[in-house]
Design a protein around this ligand. Structure first.
Ligand code: ZN
Ligand code: ZN
Length: 410
C-alpha cells in the first residue's frame, strides 16, 4: 500500500465517514496493527479542524489473555471508569470512528460461555453509548485495515506479503478507492442508494415475501412509519450527513418484530466470536424464533439466540443486490462490515431506532409498542442468493417486485 492510498482512505473516513466538523472531538477505536492508518487519520482530522483526537487502542492477543485468565465473575464486571469514559464522550458530543483490523480467529479456543458473559456485561454497561450511536445522536463510522492473521485467513495459499497486498486491494475496491475520484464516486453511489430508499418508503409496504431454492419462504411485516435508510444518514442532533459503514451497499430498515413468519436459510457462513456458524437457518412464528439449526457451530448460534428475549426476534431487514462489488470479489471476509454488504441479510436483536418515524426520541418501551425490537445483541446473517425473489405487498394491497434473480428490480 502506498502513502497516497493510505491518505485517501483516511480522508474518506474523515469526510464521507464521520464527516468531521471544525472544532469537534474525534475518538478512534483501533487495534495496534492499524497504527499506520490511525496516524494518517489523526493527521487528516486535525487538518480538517478537529479540536482533539483521542485513540482507544486494542489488541487481539491482550484481549485473548483477558478471556483466558480472568474468572467468569471478573468478566461479568465492567469497571466504572469505562462506563464514565463513555458518559464523557456523550457529554463532549464526540464523533466516533472504529477501525476493524482484527484476526477473525483471535478468540479461537476461548470458552464460548466466557465470551457470552463478557459480551452481555459490556452490552449492558455501555448500553447508553450504544443507544446514542445506533440512534445517530453521535455521528459514527467504521472502516477496516489489513492485518497479517486476517489476510492469511482469507488467502491461505499466498505468502504473508502477497496476502496483505491482496487484502488491501480488496478493501480498496470495496470502498471505491480504486477509482479516479473516490469522494465523487461515493456521492454517486449514495444517490443510487437514496433513490431505492425513496421508492421503498413511498410505497407504504405492509410486508415482504422472500423465496429461493435453499428453502427460504419468509414473510416479514413492516411497522407503520418504517424508514428505509442507506448510504449517508443524518446525525439526529445536528442534521449533518455521515456514512456509518465504509463499505456500504445496503438499504435497511427494521421489521415489525411480531410479524415474521416462515423459514429462512443462510447463504453465507457467519463469523462471530472467532467461530464459524455454517449452513444454518431459523423458523419464525409471529416474529419469534421457534426453531433454529446449524450444520456447523450450533452452540455459538445458540449462545446468540439465547442472549435475552429480544435476541429471539429480528431487528434489521437489509437489501443488497447480488451484483454488489463486494460479492463480485467472490470471497468471504470473515467480517460483518464486508460480508453483510455482499448479500441481503437480517439481524437478530436490536433495531436501529431511526428506522421508524420519530424513533430516535422514543424509549425502548415505546419502540417495542411500535413493533421495534430491543436486545443486547445485533448479529447480521446473510441470506441472499442468485435466485432470491422478494415481493412486497403494499398497505393498499398492491404488489411491488423488489428483487428478481437475486438483484434489484429498480
Ligand atoms: Zn446491515
Ligand atoms: Zn446489522
Amino acid at each position: 500500500m502506498t502513502k497516497k492510498q493510505l491518505n485517501l482512505y483516511a480522508e474518506l473516513l474523515v469526510k464521507i465517514g464521520v464527516n468531521l466538523q471544525k472544532g469537534e472531538m474525534l475518538v478512534i477505536s483501533a487495534p495496534i496493527s492499524a497504527v499506520d492508518l490511525v496516524k494518517a487519520t489523526v493527521k487528516c482530522a486535525y487538518k480538517h479542524g478537529a479540536e482533539n483526537v483521542n485513540v482507544l487502542w486494542n489488541d487481539d492477543e491482550i484481549s485473548k489473555l483477558g478471556y483466558k485468565y480472568r474468572s467468569k465473575k471478573s468478566l461479568a464486571e465492567v469497571p466504572d471508569w469505562i462506563v464514565e469514559q463513555r458518559e464523557y464522550f456523550i457529554d463532549k458530543k464526540i464523533v466516533y470512528l472504529g477501525i476493524s483490523s482484527n484476526d477473525p480467529e483471535a478468540l479461537k479456543g476461548i470458552n464460548p460461555e466466557k465470551l457470552a458473559i463478557s459480551r452481555r456485561a459490556s452490552g449492558k454497561a455501555l448500553k447508553k453509548f450504544h443507544d446514542y450511536t445506533s440512534s445517530n445522536k453521535i455521528r459514527w463510522a467504521l472502516g477496516a485495515y489489513p492485518n497479517k492473521a486476517w489476510a492469511k485467513k482469507m488467502f491461505p495459499n499466498l505468502s504473508p506479503k502477497q496476502a496483505m497486498d491482496k487484502l488491501w486491494e480488496y478493501i480498496m475496491k470495496s470502498v471505491r478507492l480504486d477509482t479516479e475520484n473516490p469522494v465523487l464516486e461515493w456521492e454517486k453511489h449514495q444517490e443510487r442508494i437514496l433513490n431505492r430508499c425513496k421508492i421503498l418508503n413511498d410505497a407504504k409496504i405492509d410486508s415482504f415475501t422472500y423465496k429461493n431454492s435453499l428453502g427460504t419462504e419468509l414473510t416479514v411485516g413492516m411497522p407503520k412509519g418504517y424508514i428505509f435508510c442507506g448510504g449517508a444518514e443524518n446525525g439526529a442532533l445536528d442534521g449533518i450527513a455521515f456514512t456509518a459503514n465504509l463499505p456500504t451497499e445496503e438499504v435497511f430498515s427494521c421489521p415489525d418484530r411480531n410479524r415474521v413468519n416462515g423459514k429462512v436459510y443462510s447463504s453465507m457462513p457467519l463469523c462471530v466470536n472467532s467461530a464459524i456458524v455454517n449452513d444454518f437457518g431459523f423458523e419464525f412464528k409471529d416474529g419469534r424464533i421457534v426453531d433454529f439449526w446449524a450444520k456447523e457451530g450450533y452452540e455459538n448460534l445458540k449462545n446468540i439466540v439465547e442472549t435475552d428475549d429480544g435476541s429471539h426476534y429480528l431487528g434489521e431487514i437489509a437489501l443488497v443486490g447480488y451484483n454488489s462489488p463486494i460479492r463480485n470479489l467472490n470471497t468471504l471476509f470473515y467480517k460483518t462490515l464486508f460480508d453483510e454488504n455482499a448479500s441481503c441479510h437480517f439481524a437478530i436483536g436490536a433495531c436501529y431506532p431511526t428506522c421508524v418515524e420519530g424513533g430516535g426520541d422514543m424509549s425502548t418501551e415505546e419502540l417495542l409498542q411500535k413493533g421495534l425490537n430491543d436486545s443486547l445483541e445485533h448479529v447480521d446473517f446473510m441470506i441472499g442468493t442468485a435466485d432470491l425473489t422478494i415481493t412486497a405487498k403494499t398497505v393498499d394491497g398492491n404488489e411491488l417486485k423488489v428483487f428478481e434473480n437475486g438483484d434489484w428490480v429498480f
